[in-house]
Ligand binder design. Structure first.
Ligand code: NGF
Length: 289
């Protein structure tokens, strides 16, 4: 379960339907070309929170079928509807997903005890392992060290996808829990996660730039931090442009340029402005994606 995981992009058509062949091709591209170690399915990058339960299941099924056991699979099943999270968790577990993950419940101001009970319920009902998905910038849920301590007492909570810039907390977690899996969530901060001793990273840009991310990762593992920094600088030039043009729209357009039918984003997100297509093509050439 260590290494780099792509937070899988999902191709949608103009009506918000999943493009099955496109999704299969994105999976293959991640495995065969980007050579990632695993896939994080139905996360933010999969536009999960815009999908119906049936669509989420369809994605879990197609990805598992196309993967054919090649790389590790993590199923993000978190939902404000706990019944849905359980249903998805059971489904992904039956399909053989290596672990579940669930975003901290958001929108309502849940107490920590409610958040803890949410995780315990999904674990109890599915029997699978759980990776907490902590992304305070989007959920508004920032957990303290004491709260992580409480959650990590549960053996089935095997780790955290840590999409946060709080490196003090990351260092505390790493020191206290050498045996829990910590995945760095922000691609533009991969180097900091890697030198902090995380077990891996999960990110959206690895769908198109996994090979460079792997270089950063490998250089850090062998202590070549200055060299890793050079690659991170180049990577961040690219990420900066992607964020300017529109994150998921641009990542999908990069795949489209590469000949993969990555479709568009699901409404209410808006499709890439056609005037930006040339800029995306330029990125593919400049960064040799
Ligand atoms: O897309 C976001 C939203 N974060 C991802 C990742 O942490 C979560 C990150 O890769 C994710 O992709 C998922 O759950 O599917 C960023 O896209 C990247 O660092 C660019 O900012 O914050």
């Amino acid at each position: 379960m260590k290494g780099l995981f792509s937070a899988l992009l999902v191709p949608f058509d103009e009506n918000g339907q999943i493009i099955e062949q496109g999704l299969r091709d994105v999976v293959r591209f991640n495995i065969d070309v980007q050579q990632i170690d695993g896939l994080y399915v139905n996360g933010s990058s999969g536009e999960n929170f815009l999908l119906s339960t049936e669509q989420k299941k369809q994605i879990f099924q197609i990805v598992s079928d196309e993967n054919k056991g090649k790389v590790k699979l993590i199923a993000q099943v978190g939902s404000l509807n706990l019944n849905e999270a359980i249903e998805l968790g059971k489904y992904a577990t039956e399909l053989g997903y290596d672990s579940l993950s669930a975003v901290t419940p958001f929108y309502y101001k849940f107490t920590f005890q409610e958040i803890k009970a949410y995780y315990e319920t999904i674990i109890r009902e599915t029997g699978n392992d759980m990776i907490i998905y902590a992304i305070p910038a989007l959920t508004g849920v920032s957990m303290s060290m004491a709260q992580f301590d409480e959650l990590f007492q549960n053996e089935k909570i095997i780790g955290v996808k840590y999409t946060d810039g709080n490196f003090f907390l990351l260092e505390r977690l790493r020191k206290q829990y050498p045996n829990k899996l910590i995945y760095s969530g922000f691609d533009e901060m991969l180097i900091y996660g890697a030198i902090s001793g995380v077990d891996g990273a999960i990110g959206s840009t690895y769908n198109v730039n996994g090979k460079q991310a792997k270089q950063i990762w490998d250089l850090c593992q062998t202590g070549k931090v200055a060299e890793a920094y050079e690659v991170q600088h180049k990577t961040n030039d690219l990420i900066e442009k992607i964020l300017e043009l529109g994150l998921y729209q641009t990542l999908k357009e990069i795949l489209n340029v590469k000949g993969i039918q990555a479709g568009t984003v699901k409404q209410p997100m808006s499709s890439l402005d056609p005037a930006k297509k040339d800029a995306v093509k330029h990125l593919v050439e400049k960064y040799e994606l």
